[in-house]
Design a protein around this ligand. Sequence first.
Ligand SMILES: N[C@@H](CCC(=O)N[C@@H](CS)C(=O)NCC(=O)O)C(=O)O
Ligand SMILES: [Fe+2]
Length: 290
Amino acid sequence: MSADKLHIEMFFDPDSSTFSYVVVDTGSASAAIIDPVLNYDAAAGEVTTLDADKMLAYIAANKLSVQWILETHAHADHLSAADYLHRKTGAPVAIGEGIKKVQHTFKLVFNLGDDELLAKGDYFHKLFADNECFNIGSLTAQVLNTPGHTNDSVSYLIAGNLFVGDSLFMPDAGTARCDFPGGDAHILYRSVQRIYQLPDETKIYMCHDYQPGGRELKYQTSVAEQKAQNIHVKAGTPEQEFVQKREARDKTLAVPRLIYPAVQVNIRGGQLPKVEHNGVSYIKIPLKQR
Ligand SMILES: N[C@@H](CCC(=O)N[C@@H](CS)C(=O)NCC(=O)O)C(=O)O
Ligand SMILES: [Fe+2]
């Protein structure tokens, strides 16, 4: 680990093109985990903890004390390992308070009873309000609500480093889709403007990189680079121009491969649906007949 006050260790899941992070306050060896992935083989219905165990190995090797497990949003493309890591480390699982809306939306989609989901932020240990601050050892972190991709999307600002979830992609990929239930390109535009108010040198960390044109994997950029180069929204791009581009692209995108398993688990903070009387947990998929 570096001798800086803060160290950011990146982990990549190639199956879902997701970046997860361990953010370390090197002075106190306190850490936060951001957006951990639970591996899932949909055909086999098999959940494994390969990626999360790599994080745990790093945490053990560096004798870190995990203080937070942070979600930037309820992911629609991969399952979260937040609950697994909570059970391993005891750290609270936190997300933006917009999760209540996401839970409400998907409670209806999955026809869940109150015994399964109340949609009041249940399953999470902490719901962050906009601008709320919290500590990772001696580091101060701030929560910025950045909805648009989803209702619950937040960015975490930690000592000049911004973890944006899917509010921005690398400049050559632009932004994430806004066509999930609760998504809204107008709202994402305003969230991006909020991010663009931060100092130009603010470092921005991705949650995904789909490597457009087959270029090498990238996970870090800056506010200045985004403002100058983002293909969907540069500094000064009018809202309507962004919305048109975003909505046109959304029309071309297929439903994410793991949306039903992912959302079902992630609105429960990474817990699998309650086991049935035979001890087995099941994933539900609503069928549309056309
Ligand atoms: N092909 C991927 C797509 C995943 C996906 O839709 N990712 C979202 C973020 S959760 C997105 O914004 N994608 C933008 C894009 O593919 O251009 C899958 O099936 O999992
Ligand atoms: Fe996402």
